[in-house]
Ligand binder design. Structure first.
Ligand SMILES: NC(=O)c1ccc[n+]([C@@H]2O[C@H](COP(=O)([O-])OP(=O)(O)OC[C@H]3O[C@@H](n4cnc5c(N)ncnc54)[C@H](OP(=O)(O)O)[C@@H]3O)[C@@H](O)[C@H]2O)c1
Length: 344
């Protein structure tokens, strides 16, 4: 089983992780790369300002970059790491032309007929693909993954849903790589914390309800919980840390919550980690430098699970924002689509 894939926004922070994570992938082979117009006709290795610690994968160095136009793509699947405003124009053109688009961008995440998927949480939302194809009359389709902060939060909430969640409060400490390249100016972030990330709180609060909602045969019935987020940029390179408070319908013990976290099962997909949630019991974990690469960046790490106010627990969750929160999330979605027969 082999599928040809292309990457849009291949020179960016997320695009580079696509290039890296798809090296030697058992199902997907990268054929085409695109970024902004000034790159067209040039070699990827000469254009990209490579940010990842290992070298640029050999296969990608000499690939000639193509225009952002379906006729230059000889692939089955498109991975999109475009800015939202570009994605809004470009992704439908690819979907109309029969491509499967696995997107990181926020442009279509909240559209009624577009699946917003984390495979271990709501794989059945892929059933929206049929709705989307019939509503829009496209030969292809768009499937999205959530915002990075949301993915990390929701993976930790999923196993707690059976206890009856009433509301969730989250304070994020988000890495610099989440802002893309060149991101936040060094003189603004050094020795500092910036307590505002544009549109981030709204994304966390709305996307969470869609992902934890139920597919009713035609649309998603959003989860009936309340979420309040406060998002902050901190001087960390990779890895978002989130302090979470969850209020339940009833008392939930720390040990029951830990057992639930550890029971979230990985799927049998090439990019799945061995453990979805790793629980650390040390008092000072998780930490970005120590824990962001857990499960090659595809696990999330939970720690400091403890009692809070009445019927409430609090904990810290951490995940690699560009791997589990972006490129790895789209790749996992595409693997799931292959496994479930959505891609010929
Ligand atoms: N960084 C994260 O942790 C993260 C997590 C989840 C989701 N996302 C989402 O993923 C997307 C990419 O984020 P990023 O952090 O990788 O951003 P980035 O580092 O700024 O990269 C943007 C990419 O898009 C290309 N691009 C920009 N304008 C373009 C245009 N007009 N036409 C064609 N290509 C254009 C850039 O190409 P050039 O190099 O040629 O300019 C670059 O390859 C965004 O929608 C973001 O919200 C990011």
């Amino acid at each position: 089983m082999h599928y040809k894939v292309g990457i849009l926004g291949a020179t960016g922070t997320v695009g580079q992780w696509f290039v890296k994570m798809l090296e030697g992938h058992p199902w997907f082979k990268v054929k085409n790369l695109a970024a902004s117009e000034k790159r067209v006709g040039k070699k990827y290795g000469e254009e990209v300002n490579w940010l990842i610690s290992q070298d640029i994968p050999k296969y990608a160095r000499d690939l000639e970059m193509v225009p952002l136009d379906p006729k230059y793509f000889d692939v089955d699947i498109i991975f999109s790491a475009l800015p939202a405003e570009v994605a809004r124009e470009v992704e439908p053109i690819f979907a109309k032309n029969g491509f499967v688009v696995a997107s990181n961008a926020s442009a279509f995440r909240m559209e009624e007929d577009v699946p917003l998927v984390i495979p271990e949480v709501n794989a059945d939302h892929l059933k929206l693909i049929e709705v989307q194809k019939s509503v829009r009359g496209w030969d292809g389709f768009i499937v999205t993954n959530p915002n990075c902060t949301t993915i990390i939060l929701v993976l930790s909430l999923k196993p707690l849903m059976d206890f009856g969640i009433k509301n969730v409060r989250v304070a994020s400490m988000q890495a610099l790589s989440g802002a893309g390249y060149p991101g936040v100016a060094s003189l603004s972030i050094f020795d500092n914390i910036i307590p505002f990330i544009k549109n981030e709180e709204e994304k966390v609060e709305s996307e969470t309800l869609k992902i934890l909602g139920k597919f009713d045969g035609n649309r998603i019935d959003f989860a009936k919980i309340k979420v309040s987020a406060s998002c902050h940029r901190v001087l960390v390179l990779d890895g978002h840390t989130e302090a979470v408070w969850v209020t339940f319908e009833r008392d939930v013990s720390v040990e029951d919550a830990i057992e639930a976290f550890e029971s979230l099962k990985p799927l049998q997909l090439p990019t799945s980690p061995e453990k979805v949630i790793i629980v650390r019991r040390e008092i000072d974990r998780p930490q970005p430098r120590l824990d962001r690469d857990a499960g090659k960046g595809m696990s999330i790490v939970v720690g400091r699970v403890r009692k809070s106010l009445e019927k409430e627990l609090k904990y810290i969750v951490l995940g690699h924002n560009v791997v589990r929160g972006a490129a790895g999330a789209s790749i996992l979605n595409a693997e799931l689509m292959v496994k479930e027969g959505y891609i010929d």
